[in-house]
Write a protein that binds this ligand. Structure first.
Ligand SMILES: [Zn+2]
Length: 257
């Protein structure tokens, strides 16, 4: 008999549904007890890798050494390990090259976006693993969006420098609003990733404080949700599925064990 464990709070991006990987974004209720979550999806905490995030543009390649280092993006070909990043307004991004079997997790706030961290990540994947952009899928998890993210012109100018032109900011009553997920979408496209390879969550962390941690909403330190991806040789017992209930917003998923 199937034991169904419905965890509505996991967001499983459409474009990363492949039997050999687990890829998901967590939400607020799950952060309180990640151990339980990982146990439910069959991953030991020893097989989870999180870098030390510092809003840099630095990408690290995970091989055999699992000691945490300062980086805001991780890429790996290593199997049976879950790599992840944590956010509370910044953009969490997950990457997967289905041909070469490479996974990536990226954290980008305005500083990371200005540093071009997603572009750095795509470049490193292509340089080190002979990937081509056409094979790389990118999923963007929930982040603070246009509606809520006002910034000074100097911040916008730095993001524009790395992103170029595009429809990712607007000016309203002399205030600039920026959408970092969309800015990163432009960065991905500028690296040759086809638009159809991208999935972007439409949820704003600041507009949904019950569902997500938001640094701006709490006006200071808060918890974090995560973005996680891993390549697993077996998928025994784990199948990510589309939710069948119409009352859940698009993008919200469940998994069954
Ligand atoms: Zn909002």
């Amino acid at each position: 008999m199937l034991i169904s464990i419905v965890m509505e709070m996991i967001i499983s991006p459409f474009n990363l549904k492949a039997f050999s990987i687990k890829a998901f974004f967590t939400t607020k209720p799950l952060n309180g007890n990640p151990t339980e979550l990982f146990k439910n999806i069959g991953i030991s905490e020893n097989n989870i890798y999180l870098p030390i995030q510092k809003h840099t543009g630095k990408v690290m390649m995970l091989e055999n050494d699992l000691s945490p280092v300062i980086a805001d993006a991780v890429i790996t070909k290593r199997k049976n390990i879950l790599i992840g990043i944590q956010v509370a307004d910044c953009v969490p991004m997950l990457l997967y090259d289905k041909q070469q079997g490479v996974a990536g997790a990226v954290h980008a706030g305005w500083r990371g976006t200005a540093e071009g961290i997603l572009k750095n990540t795509i470049k490193l994947i292509c340089d080190r693993f002979h990937s081509v952009p056409e094979d790389i899928m990118v999923a963007f998890g929930p982040s603070i969006r246009w509606c809520c993210y006002n910034v000074g012109y100097e911040v916008l100018a730095m993001v524009m420098k790395s992103t170029g032109s595009g429809d990712y900011y607007k000016k309203k009553n002399d205030i600039f609003y920026i959408d970092l997920a969309t800015a990163n979408k432009y960065q991905a496209i500028s690296m040759g990733i086809p638009e159809e390879n991208l999935w972007i969550s439409q949820e704003c962390t600041h507009c949904n404080p019950d569902r997500f941690y938001s640094y701006r909403y709490t006006k200071g330190p808060t918890g974090r949700q995560g973005g996680f991806i891993g390549i697993f040789q077996t998928h025994e017992g784990i199948v990510f599925e589309r939710h069948h209930f119409a009352d859940l917003p698009a993008g919200r998923q469940v998994f069954r064990q």
